[in-house]
Design a protein around this ligand. Structure first.
Ligand SMILES: Nc1ncnc2c1ncn2[C@@H]1O[C@H](COP(=O)(O)OP(=O)(O)O)[C@@H](O)[C@H]1O
Ligand code: SF4
Ligand SMILES: [Mg+2]
Length: 326
């Protein structure tokens, strides 16, 4: 049995929103709406769901970049970090990094890659002195497959794939144990996507990293994930070992998502399930099972009862949130 590195219990993230109009009352967008899961040391958990379902918010809440509501819990290495003060959280924060879709979105375009990596090393006190920093920067560039000379280049001088390598180097700079990869290949060409995914796999092996790998498409995470979680309107609706989930999806939403991607190697029949209606927003989450207005199998009770995420009778590692199985 593998050791647990992260455990998330009943996490909620609500964004306050003001409704339109002069006297519009305040309300909340339930971006993350009761999420529980754990990640084992050394594994990759894929997290998949349509745009807007709360994946980024969940990732940011785990790193405490957005506050979560009272009652939820985040445990990292068995330690409750939900309400840890900043002084105690800082050393743990180093162990948890995030890689973004656009690695340079939040960075200073006037810093060279060497200066940027050096800054990250300095802030976290990883190395001391100019020479040691330069050496560490060179090593980091080697590690992610970039020419050492690139330390003197600016972000705009890189291609998309190279930029993502720099983003990965930046995350690795502080020797993390756990990395949230938030759609790191979504903006890249398909050929470049597999290079980056292979790099992440190699780094995982080399440094014993644990990943939460976010994507909006089940096909992207298939190759890299040990387990996969599917998210819909702020909740995880299904979670299972990758092989199980792709071969034997149980939740009607997962079945619909999978039917949209061709996976000939699994010999799956490709009858496309087209969901009715539009994806509701986090301001208007339907009562009962939140998927019921779009579900091809909805029963009358699905309007009233909200199914919890529960293990299947014949596979305790396969959890589904659907009344068909409860
Ligand atoms: N700062 C914010 N304020 C209000 N609503 C937000 C904010 N950030 C995200 N949201 C809303 O929360 C929901 C989830 O967003 P996000 O976590 O970015 O989803 P995903 O990463 O799955 O696309 C979306 O409906 C989004 O509009
Ligand atoms: S609980 Fe009902 S509406 Fe929800 S996914 Fe299952 S069958 Fe569909
Ligand atoms: Mg996102």
């Amino acid at each position: 049995m593998r050791e647990e590195i992260l455990s998330v219990r009943d996490l909620h993230v609500h964004y306050p929103v003001r409704k339109a109009g002069l006297f519009g009352r305040g309300t909340v967008a339930r971006a993350v709406n009761g999420v529980s899961f754990e990640v084992m040391k050394g594994e990759t958990l894929g997290l998949v769901g349509e745009s807007g379902c709360g994946k980024t918010t969940l990732g940011r809440a785990i790193l405490r970049l957005v506050p979560s509501s009272k009652g939820g819990k985040i445990l990292f290495r068995g330690r409750d970090i939900t309400d840890l003060d900043n002084r105690r959280f800082r050393p743990l924060r180093k162990e948890m990094q995030m890689i973004f879709q656009d690695p340079f979105g939040s960075l200073n375009p006037r810093l060279t890659v060497g200066q940027m990596l050096g800054e990250a090393l300095r802030v976290h006190g990883i190395v001391r002195g100019g020479e040691a920093t330069e050496k560490r920067v060179r090593d980091l560039l080697d590690t992610v497959g970039l020419n050492r000379e690139y330390a003197n280049r600016y972000p705009h001088e890189f291609s998309g794939g190279q930029r993502q390598r720099v983003g990965i180097a930046r995350a690795l700079a502080v020797n993390p144990a756990f990395i949230i990869c938030d759609e790191p290949v979504s903006a890249l060409d398909v050929s470049i996507q597999s290079q980056i995914i292979n790099l992440l796999k190699d780094l995982q092996r080399e440094f014993g990293l644990t990943y939460l790998f976010i994507a909006h498409d089940l096909s992207v995470v298939e190759y890299i994930s040990d387990r996969v979680a599917v998210m819909y309107l702020g909740k995880i609706v299904e979670i299972a070992d990758g092989e199980t989930l792709y071969a034997n999806p149980k939740h009607p939403y997962t079945q619909a998502l999978l039917s949209a991607i061709p996976l000939p190697e699994l010999g799956r029949k490709k009858e496309r399930i087209v969901l009715k209606g539009d994806l509701p927003g986090p301001l208007s989450i339907p009562e009962g099972c939140s998927f019921h207005p779009r579900c091809p199998f909805a029963m009358p009770e699905c309007r009233e009862r909200s199914p919890g995420l529960a293990p299947l009778a014949d596979d305790p590692r396969h959890l589904v949130s659907c009344l068909l199985y409860q």
